[in-house]
Design a protein around this ligand. Structure first.
Ligand code: NAP
Length: 245
């Protein structure tokens, strides 16, 4: 287990699935964790389960005002910010012909804009003291999944944004690392919803065996730890070979 004693972390989309597992893992490693989400009741209950090390805060990742408030409150409550995990995301199973403009804009708002705002506010808080940002992308950013055009595009944006931030930190002498994690099919409420819709690729993945939220959380915990100090701008697959086809 990594040693994150005394570190201050903020995890978005922390009321469910992968985000909840990441929050648990970071807290178990010693970090104080702000769990942020729009699912307020579940988020509060999960934070209460983690005890004094965790707090919950409402955050719609598409809202600039929410980000300003959340990062300010997190820094005040946890004495700064060392770790940011941009995990909140939504999926839409709809091919290009049945994806409306509002579907596209909604996916981009949460997955791409949400990550952009998080990086901007997070970097601002970390630029002097240093820190680590992990952005949760997807294998969709590499593979371009046919039934998920908007989702694939939004996760491609997360992948490229991550590299741009890593390069900017390197060039600007900012002691912040920024990496992306690309899960394959992970058993969470998100994929359970898709399964009901009957997506073929997800069904195939289920046959091959899905990963657990904890598999992704372990990668995130490594990336934010001192052991990963030379890893910056990297894209880490956690997919059980799914991306290999
Ligand atoms: P999940 O179980 O649906 O959890 C996502 C959480 O984010 C939910 O609590 C959701 O709240 C919240 N959320 C939605 N919109 C938000 C917003 N605007 N602001 C803040 N929070 C918001 O999904 P998951 O499977 O754990 O996915 C977590 C991340 O991993 C996502 O970025 C996803 O794209 C990525 N990912 C997942 C898989 C997979 O197979 N599960 C694979 C690759 C990548 P509500 O429930 O109220 O909507």
């Amino acid at each position: 287990m990594e040693n994150l004693d005394g570190k201050s972390a903020l995890v978005t989309g922390a009321a469910s699935g992968i985000g909840a597992a990441i929050a648990r893992r970071l807290a178990a490693a010693g970090a104080r964790v702000t769990m942020a989400d729009i699912a307020d009741q579940t988020g509060r209950e999960l934070a209460a389960e983690l005890g004094a090390q965790a707090r919950y805060q409402h955050l719609d990742v598409g809202s600039e005002e929410d980000w300003a408030q959340c990062v300010a409150d997190t820094c005040a409550a946890q004495n700064g910010l060392d770790i940011l995990v941009n995990n909140a995301g939504i999926a839409l199973l709809a091919d290009i012909f049945s994806t409306s403009l509002s579907d596209w804009e909604n996916i981009m708002r949460v997955n791409a804009t949400g990550c952009f705002l998080g990086c901007r506010f997070g970097l601002e808080a970390m630029r002097e003291q240093g820190g680590a940002i992990v952005n949760i992308s997807s294998i969709a950013a590499m593979a371009g999944l046919a039934p998920y055009p908007a989702y694939s595009a939004s996760k491609g944006a997360v992948r490229s944004l991550t590299k741009s931030i890593a390069a900017a930190c390197r060039d600007g002498g900012i002691p912040v690392r920024c990496n992306s994690v690309h899960p394959g099919a992970i058993d969470t409420p998100m994929t359970r919803g898709i399964r009901i819709e009957g997506g073929d690729d997800i069904e195939n993945a289920i046959v091959a065996g899905m990963g657990k939220p904890e598999d992704v959380a372990a990668m995130v915990a490594f990336l934010v730890s001192e052991d990963a100090r030379f890893i910056n701008g990297a894209e880490m697959l956690v997919d059980g070979t799914l991306c290999m086809g």
